[in-house]
Each structure stands twice: as structure tokens, then as C-alpha cells.
Design a protein around this ligand. Structure first.
Ligand SMILES: NC(=O)c1ccc[n+]([C@@H]2O[C@H](COP(=O)([O-])OP(=O)(O)OC[C@H]3O[C@@H](n4cnc5c(N)ncnc54)[C@H](O)[C@@H]3O)[C@@H](O)[C@H]2O)c1
Length: 441
């Protein structure tokens, strides 16, 4: 256990001293220490491994196996898990073989987005529960398949929109939902990050030893290796991701959907997209987007700037719930309420409030998943919620790609109304031998 604690410390889980000790977390989540949960990780380089660390911080979890198409990543991560836990996880380069193991209860999917659906559906079919990173899939159609797979195979699926588990975000949401800031008319979201420009263009390099790039590409079109289309920076290319919009946008938009009375896919989306700074940059995705989502309860107003890092309220990114009595601004650093002035009473309409330190949320999101594996209750972010958030990112991305300012989504027919070009982008074209799974609702 000492080794495990050191591992947790050394790997940054104790960020800001706000880490809940495993025993506390266990008590909080009602997890019986006697029942082991055996997990495997598919896609080990970055976020997936972070999520595995949070699993391993729970005393009930064992790591059975790791899978990656990059032997260098696998070597490094297997050593780290063995050092921390004293048990060496089994090594896989093909997730299909890993899924054949009967001693795996759940898988964590930490691959690029274009793999999420195939692996998640295969995992559900194999009887595994699934923690899948956000955005839950790279296309609208794949999101639907994942919801159907979870239901058909009766699995627990948690989507990695961990802000839903963050105490500060929960407090902010409660204040908004309980009417503290009055009727909400707008949710302003801004998302400004330098990395949204993508990498500088660079020449192709030889394939790094130990990498199976054809397997990395999987269902995406075949192409020669370039480091820009690999670890980390793949998110700027439509074949694998959706740029800043589906990377950060999906987290922030999820916080707007979260305060809707009946969260729903938007029926109308207005998108204005541009590439202001593309010089020497290697990317498909847009650096500049403004999107309006008129919803039943309020208007969502999304403003995105790749390559910039200043924004309203001195924050590079955030969510501003605009109410009749005040505006609540929240991001991962905390929240603050800016009251409206009442000219008749000559006083603020509500008391200002502030929370300056946010607690870590990945650990609680993982603990919720593990708890749900045991109780079979619905997790905090089931795929139905993940799908709604992902569509808020995919619909404007489709509009931007085809140059449409307005798209109308028909949730009953699951298609865009009167726009054949947009409808063509609902489903991916998988490259053989990979086949889009068939699962109906
Ligand atoms: N929740 C969050 O806050 C958060 C933060 C960052 C990333 N993410 C998400 O996590 C996912 C991974 O992002 P990342 O930044 O860690 O990417 P990354 O490129 O650093 O890592 C992806 C890993 O998956 C491996 N991989 C690719 N195809 C595979 C396959 N078929 N089988 C096994 N392994 C495969 C790659 O070799 C690599 O090791 C993405 O969906 C991303 O959006 C979520």
C-alpha cells in the first residue's frame, strides 16, 4: 500500500493537497473493500493513464492488463504500474485479444476519438463495463451506436466529462438550478487556448520503432506517418478528432446542458467559423468559431479562439450563466457571482459569492464509475448525456466543414433537415477491414 500511495503522490493525483485519501473516498462512495474490480486500459499514453491512476488509488481496483499500439508507451506504463502495485499487468497490442479475457470487469478507453466507438461497442459485447474518454465518439452516428450498445448489453458506461463530478461545478449548478441568479436567459461559454492552432508543419519522419501506425489509424483513412498526426496532436484532424471544439468545447458545453430542465440535442445551430491563423500550422480544424444554440430554456453562446489565451473576467475559458439577478462565472479555478444592481432598491439584487479553489474531479468521476460497476446504478455521465454534449460540438463542426451557417437537427429522424452535405458527415466511412458496428436501439 505504501508503494501505491507513493505512486499516487508521484503521479500528481495529490494535486493541490486536495486529494481524498483512498479510504475516505471508499467510505464516501460506499465501496466494499472485499469486492475487487479488475480493470484494463486501452490507450495508455496520456489521459487514459491518468484515469487508470485514479482507479488504482481506490483500494478495490486491480489493473489486469494494458493495451497500446506503441510498444514504447506500453513498456513505460507497464513498469509504472508494476512498481506502484507490485503486480505486472498483461501486455496487449490488440484490444480484441484483451477483451477475450474473462478476468476483466471494465475497460478504460484512452485512445484518440476515432477509436472510441469501435472499442466501446466491442467491450460492451464482451460483457465489460466502460469508462470512455470524451468526446464519446468522433461522429454523431457513433455516439448513437454507443448508447445502443450500453443498453443492449446492459453495461455501465461512464463518459469522461469529469466536471460533472467536481464539487465546485456541482455547487455552481445547484445555485443556478435553485434560482439564486434568477431566470437564466443566456449561457456564455468561451474557450481560448494557444494549442488550438495545432503544431507547426513538419516533414514526415520515419515511423518510430515499436509503433504500429496502421493499427493506430484503424478505421481512419490510410496515410504515411507524420508526428503531427500522432500522439497528442491528432485532435486537430477531422479523421481522428474535432479540434478545440470537441476537445475543450465539449466539457464547457456540457456545463450548459447540465442546467437545462430537459437536456436535449439542439434543434437549431448557428455557426460562424474561420481560420484566422493557419500560417505554417498543420491542422484541418478551425481556430475561430462562434456558435449560437437557441435552446428551450436559454440561449447558449459559444465563443472559441485557438491561439489566444485571454478572455472575459480575466479567464482564458469559462462558463457564464447570465441570470436576471446576477451572473455566475465558473471554470476549473472556481466560481464567482456578479450581482445585478437594483436601481430602485439601490442595492445589489443578490449577495456576491465566490469559491476560489476547485477540488480535483477526475478522482470522484472514477470513484462514481467504480461504485456504479458494483451497484449497477447509472453513473454521473452516462452515454446519453455524453451524446448530447458531443452533438453540441459535432453539429457546428459539420456546419463549419460544409460552409453552412444554419443547421436544423431532427432528433426523431436522426438527420439534418434539408442538408444532404451535412447528412453525409453523420456517419464515418470506416476503412476495411474495420466495420461500423450494427446495433439498433
Ligand atoms: N477528460 C479530460 O479532461 C481529457 C483530457 C485530455 C484528453 N482527453 C481524451 O482522452 C483521449 C486520449 O487523449 P490523449 O491526449 O491521451 O491522446 P494521446 O495521443 O496522448 O494517447 C492516446 C494513446 O492511445 C493509443 N492508441 C491509439 N490507437 C489505439 C488502439 N487501437 N489500441 C490501443 N491503443 C491505441 C496511442 O498509441 C496513445 O498511446 C481522447 O479522447 C481525448 O479527447 C480527455
Amino acid at each position: 500500500m505504501n508503494d501505491r500511495r507513493n505512486f499516487i503522490k508521484s503521479t500528481g493525483i495529490v494535486a493541490g493537497g486536495l486529494w481524498l485519501a483512498p479510504s475516505l473516498l471508499q467510505a464516501k462512495q460506499g465501496i466494499a473493500a472485499s469486492d475487487r474490480v479488475r480493470v484494463a486500459l486501452i490507450g495508455c499514453n496520456n489521459m487514459g493513464f491518468g484515469i487508470l491512476r485514479h482507479h488504482l488509488a481506490l483500494p478495490v481496483v486491480d489493473c489486469v492488463a494494458l493495451c497500446d499500439i506503441d510498444q514504447n508507451v506500453l513498456d513505460r506504463r507497464i513498469t509504472e504500474v508494476e512498481t506502484a502495485t507490485g503486480k505486472k499487468p498483461e501486455r496487449y497490442t490488440d484490444f480484441r485479444l484483451l477483451l477475450e479475457r474473462s478476468d476483466v470487469d471494465a475497460v478504460i478507453i484512452g485512445t484518440p476519438d476515432h477509436w472510441h466507438c469501435l472499442i466501446a461497442v466491442a467491450a460492451c459485447r464482451a460483457g465489460k463495463d466502460v469508462y470512455v474518454e470524451k468526446p464519446m465518439a468522433n461522429t454523431i452516428g457513433e455516439c448513437e451506436l454507443m448508447v445502443n450498445a450500453k443498453n443492449q448489453y446492459n453495461r455501465i458506461m461512464q463518459v469522461g466529462q469529469q466536471q460533472r463530478s467536481g464539487q465546485g461545478f456541482i455547487e455552481a449548478r445547484d445555485l443556478v438550478m435553485n434560482g439564486y441568479i434568477g431566470k437564466v436567459r443566456k449561457v456564455n461559454i468561451w474557450s481560448n487556448f494557444n494549442y488550438g492552432l495545432g503544431n507547426l508543419i513538419q516533414p514526415a519522419t520515419p515511423l518510430p520503432e515499436g509503433v504500429d501506425y496502421d493499427f493506430w489509424l484503424g478505421p481512419a483513412p490510410s496515410r504515411s506517418f507524420n508526428p503531427n498526426r500522432f500522439h497528442g496532436s491528432w485532435r486537430h484532424f477531422w479523421d481522428y478528432g474535432g479540434g478545440l471544439m470537441s476537445d475543450w468545447g465539449v466539457h464547457l458545453l456540457d456545463m450548459a446542458i447540465w442546467v437545462e430542465e430537459n437536456p436535449a440535442v439542439p434543434s437549431k445551430v448557428l455557426t460562424y467559423a474561420a481560420n484566422v491563423n493557419k500560417e505554417n500550422r498543420d491542422r484541418d480544424t478551425f481556430d475561430t468559431m462562434n456558435v449560437l444554440y437557441p435552446k428551450k430554456d436559454f440561449l447558449i453562446n459559444y465563443d472559441m479562439n485557438g491561439g489566444l489565451e485571454t478572455g472575459p473576467y480575466g479567464k482564458p475559458y469559462g462558463i457564464g450563466y447570465v441570470g436576471e439577478k446576477g451572473t455566475l462565472v465558473v471554470n476549473r479555478g472556481g466560481y464567482e457571482i456578479y450581482p445585478e444592481w437594483d436601481p430602485e432598491a439601490k442595492a445589489p439584487k443578490i449577495e456576491a459569492k465566490k469559491l476560489e479553489v476547485m477540488t480535483e474531479s477526475h478522482n470522484l468521476h472514477v470513484a462514481n464509475f467504480v461504485e456504479c460497476i458494483k451497484t449497477r446504478n447509472e453513473p454521473i455521465c452516462p452515454p446519453e448525456a455524453g451524446r448530447i454534449a458531443a452533438l453540441h460540438a459535432h453539429i457546428p463542426n459539420i456546419a463549419a466543414r460544409i460552409g453552412a451557417e444554419e443547421l436544423i437537427w431532427d432528433e426523431t429522424k436522426r438527420e439534418f433537415t434539408g442538408n444532404a452535405a451535412a447528412n453525409k458527415l453523420i456517419w464515418p466511412n470506416y476503412r476495411a477491414p474495420w466495420i461500423l458496428p450494427k446495433i439498433t436501439s
